[in-house]
Design a protein. Structure first.
Lengths: 188, 188
DNA sequence: TGTGACATGTAATATGTTACATGATTGA
DNA sequence: TCAATCATGTAACATATTACATGTCACA
């Protein structure tokens, strides 16, 4: 699905993320931007070539970015930079007012599944919580390892983003553990 | 975007949510299911007709649901029920192992924006945090009002989902407030 | 010289959004 | 009787995914 509904005249989430990434790395190639998504710990940003290359062509046609030939790499490619209109578009995307999907409760596939959990046997339900908590714990460990390795030191916004991701993982873990207890109590 | 990448042989998020909702309300019309999405406090589930009707036709072709004519409504329509294969598909979708997008850090449009916040002036940054926190506070009030009104009383899983959504809103609010303070400190 | 990682794309496909058309029901 | 809402769809469109084709580079 087109996941991101476009507010009037506004950028989609992916467009905003691409322009924002370009702002930090310009001038750069589409692959450089893909790399940022591919290396991101969030599984949400796939960074697939079929998304990024066509998107950057569209943004250039819209006048938000500009490119020049790039000879330095092995193959021919293009180096992109923001235009003034692109910079304005980023600001408009960043600033309020936002569409409801921006500030509202974020989607959570585990929460969606819990709403259907009645469909499982009691044993399978216990297993659901056990495995989900284990998976989140693994994610938390990965995030902490990243942090220890000094990723984002001296990059206050990236560090804040990492703290935010960690906070969400922990809050979700807490909620799952509580819910597991509540569901186990139902059983009696 | 197709928001949900399909694990091998598995349902997408929307398919899982539709089958799960059907399970709770069967036999019912596609509109009944749309209604659940439309009434959901999460802005993620749009419940647009153009998503639901074609999706249910597909699910029927795949043998996961079955329909019969419905004369009770004003216009002709169809009443759907799950097939045994549909019930199995729900269980498979619910149970581990899950693709990374299920247990990983959920996407958060506000977090994405924070990673680009350098693009704003200090004043605009302050405004960003002020407005974002205000929007979340409003959401929290709405959720509490729903709760007070007794929505989901006696429905343990729905109640757990509501608690989860509230927990995420609060964790996000806390993170935003902390980040606002950290950013304000940078300014000096 | 062959293999795997890096890099630049394109094509076919799937699916969600927006917008529209249509009809029934309800209440002012 | 008019408007709004409920309800059932369809069609055009946008855009992300998967899979593929291709070329370069490092290095064994």
């Amino acid at each position: 699905m087109p996941v991101s509904r476009r507010g009037t005249g506004r950028l989609t989430e992916l467009e905003g993320a691409v322009l924002g990434t370009l702002r930090q790395h310009a001038p750069c190639t589409p692959y450089r931007i893909r790399r940022v998504f591919l290396d991101s710990p969030s599984p949400y940003w796939s960074g697939s070539a079929g998304a990024i290359y066509p998107l950057m062509l569209r943004l250039e046609r819209q006048g938000l970015i500009r490119s020049r030939p790039d000879a330095t790499g092995g193959r021919d490619g293009r180096l992109y930079t923001l235009t003034p209109a692109g910079t304005r578009a980023i600001r408009e995307w960043l600033e309020p007012p936002w569409p409801p999907i921006v500030t509202g409760v974020p989607a959570d596939p585990l929460r969606t599944r819990v709403s259907v959990l009645e469909a499982l046997s009691p044993d399978a339900r216990s297993r659901f919580f056990r495995e989900a908590i284990a998976a989140i714990d693994q994610d938390i460990r990965d995030h902490l390892a990243d942090k220890k390795r000094g990723r984002h030191a001296n990059q206050p916004y990236e560090a804040a983003v990492a703290r935010g991701a960690l906070a969400m993982l922990r809050a979700r873990r807490r909620w799952l553990a509580e819910t597991a207890r509540a569901v186990a109590a139902l059983r009696r």
